[in-house]
Structures are given as structure tokens and as C-alpha cells.
Design a protein around this ligand. Structure first.
Ligand SMILES: CCCCCCCCCC/C=C\CCCCCCC/C=C/C(=O)SCCNC(=O)CCNC(=O)[C@H](O)C(C)(C)COP(=O)(O)OP(=O)(O)OC[C@H]1O[C@@H](n2cnc3c(N)ncnc32)[C@H](O)[C@@H]1OP(=O)(O)O
Ligand SMILES: Cc1cc2nc3c(=O)[nH]c(=O)nc-3n(C[C@H](O)[C@H](O)[C@H](O)COP(=O)(O)OP(=O)(O)OC[C@H]3O[C@@H](n4cnc5c(N)ncnc54)[C@H](O)[C@@H]3O)c2cc1C
Length: 675
């Protein structure tokens, strides 16, 4: 067998796809090590995939789109039980990266009965429970003796946590908290796996002691009997019904009727309530929001992966789909030859790489902050909150757009659930809403930016944190893109900095100006909020570009460096064109410079073309993980689409009961009335 750089090549594959892989200029295993941020992790992913491939009991029994919601939940629970039993044979104990991959392969992205257990329940207990509480609950949670979730959002309030209606009132006499849902709108609504699976939850409720409201606090709450799984007395609980996607997860509702829990069920690592009701406040007011920050930090990578699922499917399919001619004397071309197709897909391939590199930095910062907070140092919490608020918003927004572009790039077959595109889109787009609605989170970042702008305006730029130091720097008078013989990334970064700085200072000026004219702060804020959110987006997009540049600078392997540099070129030119209004409006970039940017974009689309399939193959998604007929590694799309259609439940019989019962009589009576 010939040794190829692209490790996805196998004999018997669709030759059109193999031809793409042969033109790849770099080693896809080495690229996987960049994507997954370590050679060891990329290797372990492959090993886990191989183990799973050899265990048919861990495979889907039929395609997900052919199952009802109930069947999917049953099937997912079956596999969850198996992977729990065999976990230590498949992954390293307690390795969350490996667990994430194992789940994606075996259970898939539609969720499973313990999704929130791993993503939020355990992280909440880890960060917020005292050591004594952890001894009591965390080990049991890790061993899966109990199943938990994170119950915060209510029917009436998700964003505005200060106005949650669930109360936890301290009863000094019994040393208990009394949990209560006073209204329908106070029902917990949305928490994943609350509906049917969990028997515990970390519940967020407004804490009242001796009539005083201390705001949202987190409590460990038993919901169901550990033996019978029946709801405990005082608890109303159930599933909220089907959603756009993510339907294997039983998002639920929950109400409390004067439900009592011991005082010691308040999570007390940072906050305490003494038996007499004395409140000991935490070192940072928002320290108990840590489970949200955990998900926001990790979901950047999760979103990049879902974007890459869609791009892998569309790019592979575009290499086997032939339609139309470019040169009418030649046979039909692969649709990937069309510049419009490349323009639709390649900038998103670049974005997916940019997002995964930014995601790796975010997780690193998150882990550092977690360690520091554990020792009482909360100094970086605001920076992490600002960064993750911006990134979750920008990345989830472009991920959803990219998946939809990838779906459309697959033409009609993209609309079939055989492509799996609709599920990928539905799950990913949830990220625009969960963990803080995107507009709301951009406004959180904007608060940080406005404070930073105020430092600049008052001559205190030296106090700016590293993420916003550029706000205090002076701009060149115009962009140097195409004005230096060797225009490089530095000129682009300076241009993005100029754009983000100008918008931030302008939006802050608007806000401060309105207040100077007598508007109250919240009114001035609301009237400036569209401009403020624009600043947040530009700041975040600058951060993403910088993270991409940092990564490319670190890469030693010359072949990888070359293709990643091409992708970065594509990224900066595409981004600049996409935000060109901001660049043009103060004349920082001229229209002739934009022409250069456009030419560069087309140049890099063509340069990336031979590496396109290798760039998506490098994410090393198995067919089991992708669950897409169009995205199959071997490229044998048509015969498998036919097989998939034949397997549709509707094709079990030639004549459906609906035909016997309604259509046949209808046609017969129509014929009879004609006689
Ligand atoms: C590798 C293994 C790990 C795997 C992890 C995988 C992750 C996912 C991968 C994706 C794959 C699959 C997808 C499916 C997954 C689906 C899971 C979905 C789970 C979803 C769960 C939820 O949605 S939970 C509910 C989340 N809810 C929210 O986010 C609510 C949003 N609202 C808020 O956060 C707050 O209300 C808000 C911040 C907007 C305001 O808070 P409030 O207390 O009212 O604030 P104020 O009093 O106004 O004060 C504002 C000041 O507070 C500062 N601040 C706020 N939050 C923080 C914080 N967290 N840290 C630090 N500081 C904070 C803020 O900056 C203000 O400060 P200032 O100085 O006054 O400006
Ligand atoms: C798939 C999924 C899984 C979820 N899982 C969980 C879970 O496990 N646990 C849990 O507790 N919750 C969960 N949620 C709930 C989720 O966190 C909330 O839906 C989310 O935080 C948004 O809050 P909301 O629904 O109240 O939106 P709203 O706040 O009602 O948003 C409606 C509109 O109002 C705007 N808006 C609201 N406030 C402001 C403001 N201050 N300024 C400007 N605009 C504003 C928003 O931008 C939006 O356009 C989940 C949600 C989804 C979709």
C-alpha cells in the first residue's frame, strides 16, 4: 500500500474522493494533533474510535432519523449503560476530553440521559460544593450512583437571574431551606435531563433569610426516590416536549411545593449560612455562576466540532457530486470546482480552525481561573466572563450560519435527513440560546469594553488588561494592507484592532453622551446597545484572528505551517471583506485596498482547493460519529442513499394503512362520481 499524507485513504473508495486525498500536501494525523491540541489526544481519539468500531453493541441499531423519540431514548440508555460498564476499558479514567469523544461516537450529538450530569452537575459540585459536601455527593455523582442536572431557567425567566421566582427560605427553627414555586412562571423549565432521567439537581433559587433576599444561590436537591425513581413528595416534574433538535435529552419542568432540604444542601464552598441564619458572603458575587462559565468555555470547541461535521459532509460530497460543466468541451465537474461552492465552504473551514484554536485558549484560561478561584484568587473572573461571553455568542452564530451554508451546498440531498445536516444545525443553533442568549452575552462583554474605554478616555490606558490593551494604542492614519511590499498578518491585525477600537470608543461615546444629556444609565445603555454589541462582535472577531495567528506562529512542521498559513490568509481576507463597512466608513481602508483583499481571497480559495478534503479529513470523524450518508469517508454516496431510503419505515409495506383507509376510498368515490 502506498503511503499517503492523507490517512483517510482506503482501497475501494470512490475514486473521485481518493483523487482529492492524493493531492493533500500535509499529514492529516499531524493536523489532527493541531486541531485536538495535542498529539497524544489526537492519537487517543483514533484509538477510541477503533475500539468502538470493533464493538457492534456500541453501534446505532438503525439510523437515528428512523427512530421515534422514545426509541432513541431507550437506545441511548442502552448504550450509556454499556459505556458506563466498560468505560475503563475504553478511556482513561476521568479524562473529560476522552469522555467527550466517546459520547460523540457512541451516543451522538442529540444528547443522552446523562448529558447535563457531565456538562453541568459535576462541574457545579466540583466548583461550588465544600469538601465535606463533595465527599457526600461528588464521588457518587462521578460513579453514576446518582444522576443530576442543573436547574436554573424558569418558564418566566432565563436571562434575568435576579428575578427568578423559585425561593429558598431559611427556617432557623428546623435548620432547613424551604423550596417553593409560587407561580406557573416560576416552574423550572428547560434543564436538560430533568424531565425523566435525573434524581438530583443543582437548583438555583433566590435565597431568603429572615425576610432578606440574598439573590440566586445553588442548592443540592433530591428530586426522585433513589430506588423507585418516583418524584418525591412536594415535587412536580416532567418533560417539556419535543424541540427543534437535541431530543434524546429530556429537558424538563420542575415545581416545588414548600419542599424542605437541610441547611447543609446549600452549596457552601464559597458561601455559607450558619445554623442561626448568619450569611457569609463569597469572595466574588458571581462565583456561583461557575457551571455556566464551564459550559461557555468548552462549547467553543463543541461548536467548532459541529461546524466541522457539516463541512466534512459538504466538502466530501462536493468532491463526488458531479453536475454541469465549466468548460463545455469537458465532462461534468465535481461541484467543488465551482468558485461559488469554494466561497461557500472554504471560509467556514478556516473559521472552524480559527474557532478550535480560540477554544483551546479559552479552556486553558478557564482551567487557570478554576485553580485560582479554588485558592481564593478571583482576579481573573471578570476577564474570563467577558471573553467567554463574546466567544460563545460569535462562535455559535457563525457556526449555525456555516452549517446552513454547508447544507445548501449539498443541494437537494442536504435537505434529506440522510445528510444529518438538520440535526447538526438544530443542536448547534441551540448554542445561540443556551448559556445566555447571544445578544445578552454580547452585552455582558460590552460592559467590560465600556469600562475599558472609560480607562482610555481618562488617560489610564496602562491599567487595561491584556485582552483590551489595543484599545489604548494609537492607530496608524490608514491601513497598511497592500501599502507595504510584504503585506503580512500584522497589517491585518492592526486593521482589525483599528476597527474594533473605533467601534468600541464610538459606542462608549454614544452611551456616555446620552448620560451627559441626562438619560438614566440603563436607558442610555439600552439606546446604545446595538452599537455596543457591534463593538463586542468586532472585539471577539479580533481575538479569534489573533488566536489563529498565535497558533500558526507556533507550528513547526513546514507542511502544516504552509496550509495553515493559507487558511489564515483566507480567514483574514474573508473577515475583512465581511466587516468592510467599518473599515471604509472612516477611510482607514480604501476601495482599492479592498480590491486587493478580494483578489487575495480568490487566490487563497484556489490555493486551498487541493487541500480541501484533507483539511476536513484532519478532524478525523468516523462514519459512526458523523451519522451522514452524504459525508461517508468512502464517498459511496448514491448506493447508500438508495439503501437508506429503502430502510425507511414507510417502505416496510407497499401499501400504507393511510392509503387503504383514506386514499383508496377517496379515489374510488371520485371515480364512481365520474361514472
Ligand atoms: C471536554 C469536556 C467538556 C465538555 C463540555 C461540552 C460543552 C458543550 C459542547 C457542545 C456540544 C453539544 C451541545 C449540546 C450541549 C447542550 C448543553 C446545554 C446546557 C445548557 C445549560 C443552560 O443553559 S444553564 C442556564 C444558563 N443561563 C444563562 O446563561 C443565563 C444568562 N444570564 C446570566 O448569566 C446573568 O443573568 C447575567 C450575566 C446576564 C446577569 O447576571 P446578574 O446576576 O443579573 O448580573 P448583575 O447583577 O447585573 O451584574 C453584572 C455584573 O456581574 C458580572 N458577571 C456576571 N456573570 C459573571 C461571571 N460568570 N463571572 C464574573 N462576573 C460576572 C458582570 O460582568 C457584571 O460586572 P460589572 O462589573 O458590574 O460590569
Ligand atoms: C437546548 C437548550 C438547553 C438548555 N438547557 C438548560 C439547562 O440545562 N438548564 C437551565 O437552567 N437552562 C437551560 N436552558 C435555558 C437557557 O439557558 C435559556 O433559554 C437562555 O438562557 C435564554 O433565556 P430565556 O429563554 O429567558 O430568553 P429571554 O431572555 O426571554 O430572551 C428573549 C429575547 O429577549 C432578549 N433579551 C432578554 N433580556 C435582555 C436584555 N437584558 N437586554 C437585551 N435583550 C434581552 C434576548 O436577546 C432575546 O432576543 C436551555 C435552553 C436550550 C435552548
Amino acid at each position: 500500500m502506498v503511503h499517503h499524507q492523507n490517512k483517510a485513504i482506503r482501497e475501494g473508495d470512490n475514486p473521485d474522493l481518493t483523487a482529492e486525498r492524493v493531492t493533500g500536501t500535509f499529514d492529516t494525523h499531524s493536523m489532527a494533533a493541531q486541531i485536538y491540541n495535542s498529539e497524544a489526544h489526537a492519537r487517543r481519539r483514533r484509538e477510541i474510535t477503533e475500539i468502538i468500531a470493533k464493538r457492534p453493541e456500541l453501534h446505532d441499531t438503525k439510523p437515528f432519523p428512523f427512530m421515534t423519540r422514545e426509541e432513541k431514548i431507550l437506545e441511548s440508555s442502552r448504550k450509556l449503560t454499556l459505556i458506563t460498564k466498560h468505560m475503563n476499558e475504553i478511556i482513561e479514567p476521568n479524562n473529560s476530553n476522552e469522555m467527550f469523544h466517546l459520547n460523540n461516537e457512541v451516543l451522538g450529538i442529540e444528547g443522552h440521559p446523562m448529558a447535563l450530569h457531565g456538562i453541568m452537575f459535576i462541574p457545579a459540585l466540583t466548583a461550588q460544593a465544600s469538601e465535606e459536601q463533595q465527599k457526600k455527593w461528588l464521588t457518587r455523582a462521578i460513579n453514576r450512583e446518582i444522576v443530576g442536572t442543573y436547574a436554573q431557567t424558569e418558564l418566566g425567566h432565563g436571562t434575568n437571574l435576579q428575578n427568578l421566582e423559585t425561593t429558598a427560605t431559611y427556617d432557623v427553627a428546623t435548620q432547613e431551606f424551604v423550596l417553593h414555586t409560587p407561580t406557573i412562571t416560576g416552574l423550572k423549565w428547560w434543564p436538560g435531563n430533568l424531565g425523566k432521567s435525573s434524581n438530583y439537581a443543582v437548583v438555583v433559587a433566590l435565597m431568603f433569610i429572615k425576610g432578606k433576599n440574598y439573590g440566586p444561590h445553588t442548592f443540592m436537591v433530591p428530586l426522585r426516590d433513589e430506588k423507585t425513581h418516583q418524584p418525591l413528595k412536594g415535587i412536580t416534574i416532567g418533560d417539556i416536549g419535543p424541540k427543534i433538535a437535541y431530543n434524546v435529552t429530556d429537558n424538563g419542568f420542575l415545581g416545588f411545593d414548600h419542599y424542605r432540604i437541610p441547611r447543609t444542601n446549600l452549596l457552601m464552598r464559597h458561601t455559607r449560612v450558619e445554623p442561626d441564619g448568619t450569611y457569609v458572603k463569597p469572595p466574588h458575587a458571581k462565583i456561583n455562576y461557575s457551571a455556566m462559565v464551564h459550559v461557555r468555555s468548552h462549547m467553543i470547541t463543541g461548536q467548532a466540532i459541529m461546524l466541522s461535521y457539516a463541512l466534512t459532509i459538504a466538502t466530501r460530497y462536493s468532491s463526488v457530486r458531479r453536475q454541469g460543466q465549466i468548460d463545455t468541451t469537458q465532462p461534468e465537474v465535481k461541484v467543488l470546482e465551482y468558485q461559488t461552492q469554494q466561497h461557500r465552504l472554504f471560509p467556514y473551514i478556516a473559521r472552524a480552525y480559527a474557532f478550535v484554536f480560540a477554544g483551546a485558549e479559552t479552556v486553558k484560561l478557564y482551567e487557570r481561573v478554576l485553580e485560582e478561584v479554588a485558592t481564593g484568587n478571583v482576579s481573573l473572573m471578570a476577564d474570563l466572563h467577558a471573553l467567554t461571553s463574546g466567544l460563545k455568542s460569535v462562535v455559535s452564530h457563525y457556526t449555525a450560519q456555516g452549517i446552513e451554508q454547508a447544507r445548501m451546498a449539498c443541494g437537494g440531498h442536504g435537505y434529506s435527513q440522510a445528510s444529518y445536516m438538520s440535526e447538526i444545525f438544530g443542536v448547534a443553533v441551540g448554542g445561540c440560546t443556551y448559556e445566555g442568549e447571544n445578544m445578552v452575552m454580547l452585552l455582558q462583554l460590552a460592559r467590560y469594553l465600556v469600562k475599558s474605554a472609560s480607562l482610555v478616555k481618562t488617560g489610564q490606558s496602562s491599567k487595561l488588561g491584556p485582552l483590551v490593551a489595543y484599545l489604548g494604542a494609537k492607530s496608524d492614519s490608514t491601513s497598511l494592507i497592500d501599502r507595504t511590499p510584504t503585506t503580512g498578518f500584522a497589517e491585518y491585525v492592526k486593521t482589525f484592532q483599528h476597527i474594533a477600537r473605533r467601534q468600541t470608543l464610538k459606542a462608549a461615546d454614544k452611551f456616555f453622551g446620552l448620560m451627559e444629556k441626562g438619560e438614566k444609565r440603563p436607558i442610555a445603555w439600552n439606546k446604545s446597545s446595538v452599537e455596543l454589541n457591534r463593538a463586542s462582535r468586532l472585539h471577539t472577531r479580533l481575538y479569534i484572528v489573533e488566536a489563529f495567528v498565535r497558533r500558526v506562529e507556533e507550528v513547526a512542521d513546514p507542511r502544516l505551517k504552509e496550509v495553515l498559513t493559507d487558511l489564515l490568509h483566507l480567514h483574514v481576507n474573508y473577515e475583512l471583506l465581511d466587516m468592510s463597512t467599518y473599515a471604509l466608513e472612516d477611510g482607514f481602508v480604501s476601495s482599492s485596498q479592498l480590491d486587493y483583499v478580494r483578489d487575495q481571497l480568490y487566490f487563497y480559495l484556489a490555493k486551498i482547493r487541493p487541500n480541501a478534503v484533507s483539511l476536513v479529513d484532519s478532524w478525523e470523524f468516523s462514519d459512526q460519529e458523523l451519522r451522514s450518508v452524504l459525508g461517508r469517508r468512502d464517498g459511496h454516496v448514491y448506493e447508500n442513499l438508495f439503501a437508506w431510503a429503502k430502510a425507511s419505515p414507510l417502505n416496510k409495506t407497499d401499501v400504507l394503512p393511510s392509503v387503504d383507509k383514506y386514499l383508496k376510498p377517496l379515489m374510488e368515490s371520485a371515480r364512481a362520481s365520474k361514472l
